[in-house]
Design a binder for this molecule. Sequence first.
Ligand SMILES: Cc1cc2nc3c(=O)[nH]c(=O)nc-3n(C[C@H](O)[C@H](O)[C@H](O)COP(=O)(O)OP(=O)(O)OC[C@H]3O[C@@H](n4cnc5c(N)ncnc54)[C@H](O)[C@@H]3O)c2cc1C
Length: 476
Amino acid sequence: MTEPNHGIVLGGGWAGMLAAHVLARHLERVTVVERDVLPDGPRHRKGSPQGRHVHVLWSSGARIVDTLLPGLTGQLVDAGARRVGFHQDLVTLTSHGWQHRFPPRQFALMCTRPFLDWKVRDRVLATGRITVRQRAEILDLTGDARRVTGVRVRDMDRGVPRTLEAGLVVDASGRGSRLGHWLSALGLPPLEEDTVDAGIAYATRVYQAPPGAAAGFPAVNVAADHRLREPGRFGVVYPQEDGTWMVTLSCTRGAGLPTHDDDFLPYARTLRHPLVADLIALAEPLTSVAVSRVGANRRLYPERLDSWPEGLLVVGDALAAFNPIYGHGMSSAARAAAALDTELERSGVGDGTARRAQRAISAAVDDPWIMAASKDVEYVNCRINARDPRLTGGALARQRFSDLIADRSIRSPAVCDVVTDVISLTAPQSELASSRFLSLMRKDRVLPQLTEPPLTPDELALVRLNPRSTVGAGGS
Ligand SMILES: Cc1cc2nc3c(=O)[nH]c(=O)nc-3n(C[C@H](O)[C@H](O)[C@H](O)COP(=O)(O)OP(=O)(O)OC[C@H]3O[C@@H](n4cnc5c(N)ncnc54)[C@H](O)[C@@H]3O)c2cc1C
C-alpha cells in the first residue's frame, strides 16, 4: 500500500458523499469514483432513478447530517424544504385507522431528492479535500483476501483503466454494487445475504399544489391494511420545496401499478380512502408518471466473514437496502457515517480498523432492517430468502403484538411518542419491548377512533374540498 492516507469512496450518491465527508476528517485526501456527471444544481441523473419519487429524511438522519454539516437542515428549510412534524403536520390513514394529529415529537424533511443531494454535495465538496472522478466506472478491487489496497477504474470517455491506491476503500455504489463479485475475485467466500421482497413498486407524478396548499396543507398518507391478506396499495401527497406536491402511488406484489398518465387518478381512487384522489383531481399535473420497481429489503452480513480484509468497508444501499415506504435508507446511511466517524476518531486507520468499523456500521443498519423486513413478511406474495431468526420464528405472536401497538399508537399520545421515536430511528427498536413502554400500553389514555381524515376547516378550504367529500371507506 503506497497511499495509506488516501481514502476512496465508490459511488457519489447519498451514502458516498457522507462517507467521503467523514473520511476527509481523518485522512489527507479522498477520491470519490462516480459513473455519472454530478449536476451542479437540483437536477435528475441516471445513477439516481429513485430521485423521481417521494423521499423523506427522518429527524434522526437530519440530526446526524446537521452534526456532520452544521446548519444544513436550516439551509434546506430556508430554501423551501418542508419540516413536517409527526403527527401534527400529517394526515395518515394507517392499517388500523386514522392517526390522531398529536403534537410533534419527531419530524421529517420533505423535498425533492435532486435538491437534497445537491445541497449536501455542495457542502461536502466545499471543504476542498475531496476529488470527484466523474464518468469513471469501478472495475474491481486490488489487493488480496487479507488487504484491499485500491481500486481499478475505467475512464468512460477515454476507455482507459487505471489503478488508484488507498488505505481505505468504501463501497457506496448502491443496490447494484458488485461487491460479492469483487470479493470473490480476491479469493474471499460469498457474503451471507438475506432478502425480503414484498414486490414494492412506485409510480409518481408531480402536481402544482393549489395556492397556499404546499405550505399550509398537511402531508397526506394513505396506507394499505396488511391484515386483509390481499396485495396492498398506498398513496402519499407530500409537499416539496418548490410549491409542488409529489404524489406517489405504490403497491405490493400483485396489486398492479399505473404506468400511464390516464391510469394515475383512477388508481388513486382504488386506495382505502379517496383523499389522495380528491386532492390530485383538483391539482394540475406537471409531469408524466415515473415508475420504479426496486423496493426489496436486502442485507449483506460482511461482519460474519471469518476474515474481513483490511482497508475495505461497505455502506449505504450496497450494505442494506430497505422497502422505501419506511423512509429509512438515507437515515440508515447517515447512521453508518456517524459510526465510521466514531471508529476513526477512536482508533484512526490501522490494523483492524476496517473490521471494527464494519461491525459498527452493520449494527447501525440492524434496526431499520428488522423494522422493514418484519413488517414486509406480513404482506401476501412476499418472497423471503432469509436466515434472520427474527423473521422465521414466532410470526403470529409478533404480528399480534405489532397490531396491538399500531392500534394503540394512533389513539394514545404517549404510546404514539415512543412509536414515533422508534420509527424515526431516534430510539432503538428494543424500546418497544421495555417495561416502560408495556406499562404505557396499559395505562395511557386512549382517544376515540377517528372516522374521517382529521383535517381542519381552514385546511379543507385551502384545497377547496368540502368536509363530506373526505368521508370515505377505511376509517376504521
Ligand atoms: C423509490 C425509492 C424511494 C425511496 N424513498 C426514500 C425515503 O423516503 N427516505 C429514505 O431515507 N430513503 C429512501 N429511499 C432509499 C434511498 O434512496 C437510498 O437509501 C439512498 O439513496 C442510498 O444511497 P446510496 O448512496 O447507498 O446509493 P445510491 O443513491 O444508489 O448511489 C450509488 C451511486 O453509485 C454510483 N455507481 C453505481 N455503480 C457504479 C459503478 N460501477 N461505477 C461508478 N459509480 C457507480 C451511482 O451512479 C450512484 O451515484 C428510496 C429508494 C427508492 C428506490
